[in-house]
Design a protein. Structure first.
Length: 322
């Protein structure tokens, strides 16, 4: 299938998206006069992007351009049809720039609570571990943020054991290195969320505030992990790959993993948070945290540790509860 065809197919999937704001946007975009032009722009210039990543990149880029042009009161009753024609008139350059350069970066603190719980279940002393968060997204919202308030229904609701075990301990690792190809930017993080337009500006303010809330135990490095490994002073014990691999083609994945291989300790592990094969937002508990290892440069199929209700992770089940 041609890339262009793949992108069009992804748009038709997004016009039936489970989230109504993505759905509304896609319908308005396909009705607009610029849809073909933008599909051609992407299929010519962003051959690195798999179709599954593409529809959401367009959506996020429009939200980003809109944040740059509108103030909060303008957003309160604007429709996607109006917003798209407004951007086409006033802010097409910024729109095109983000479509050409950016990566979708939906960051969820809940995922990091799930990963902290998983780490705790595998290691006696997580506070001695060096962790690499590869493809960290907007890191103040994930690993750099306090983990306690997320995942409130974690695990066994009768004993509540694992929730207690991460609560109250502050930052749960010795140190963490958070790496992403793009630098943390509140406006882009807000643009990547799936919220109704009237909430976009509030989300942007919330993320700007979160930026001041970064743990001093997290070091951030901006780099492309397909191109090079992170700079480390000691090898890392645990690598988090949370919702990252789906954005990479097979060829990119191989290079990305080979760079991780260069910094992981001999007995280090990888924890992934991802949908299981065939999993989806429409079917609860098909999202899982798995522990994996690298074998001859490839990632092992992995062992399921926990199942989560969705990718935003507000409820968790153990493998034996499943
Ligand atoms: C969907 S976000 C997930 C963010 C975060 N890990 C989470 O689970 O909440 C995927 C992230 O991977 C990053 N990414 C994609 N390709 C990358 C690369 N080649 N090197 C480093 N980061 C990359 C994107 O910029 C994006 O922030």
């Amino acid at each position: 299938m041609s890339l262009e065809r793949g992108y069009e197919q992804q748009l038709s999937i997004n016009s039936n998206h489970i989230d109504s704001s993505v759905n509304e946007f896609t319908t308005a975009f396909l009705d607009s006069s610029v849809d073909q032009e933008i599909i051609t722009l992407v299929s010519t210039n962003r051959r690195d992007i798999p179709p599954i990543h593409f529809g959401l990149l367009i959506y996020a880029s429009y939200q980003f351009a809109l944040l740059d042009t509108q103030n909060q009161s303008d957003l309160s009753d604007i429709s996607w049809h109006e917003a798209i024609s407004h951007i086409n008139k006033h802010n097409l350059d910024l729109l095109e720039e983000s479509i050409l350069e950016k990566h979708v970066s939906i960051t969820s603190p809940g995922r990091y609570s799930a990963l902290a719980i998983a780490t705790k279940s595998l290691f006696d002393n997580p506070q001695d571990l060096v962790v690499l968060d590869a493809g960290c997204g907007y890191y103040p919202m994930g690993i750099g943020h306090s983990l306690e308030e997320y995942l409130p229904y974690a695990l066994d609701q009768e004993s509540n054991n694992l929730v207690e075990s991460i609560n109250g301990n502050g930052f749960p690792y010795k140190k963490a290195l958070a790496v992403d190809i793009q630098k943390p930017e509140p406006a882009w993080a807000a643009a990547c969320t799936w919220q109704p337009l009237d909430q976009l500006h509030d989300t942007f303010s919330k993320f700007s505030e979160a930026k001041n809330n970064v743990s001093s135990s997290v070091e951030f490095q901006q780099l492309d992990l397909i191109e090079k490994p992170p700079n480390v002073s000691e090898n890392v014990d645990v690598v988090f790959l949370a919702n990252v691999l789906y954005q990479l083609s097979d060829q990119q994945k191989e290079k990305f993993l080979s760079n991780i291989n260069k910094v992981i300790a001999e007995d280090g592990i990888i924890l992934t948070a991802d949908y299981l094969p065939g999993g989806s937002r429409k079917r609860e508990f098909t999202y899982a945290v798995q522990s994996k290892v690298l074998v001859n440069g490839d990632i092992s199929p992995g062992q399921n540790l926990f199942y989560l209700d969705t990718a935003s992770c507000s409820q968790i089940r153990t493998a034996d509860q499943h």
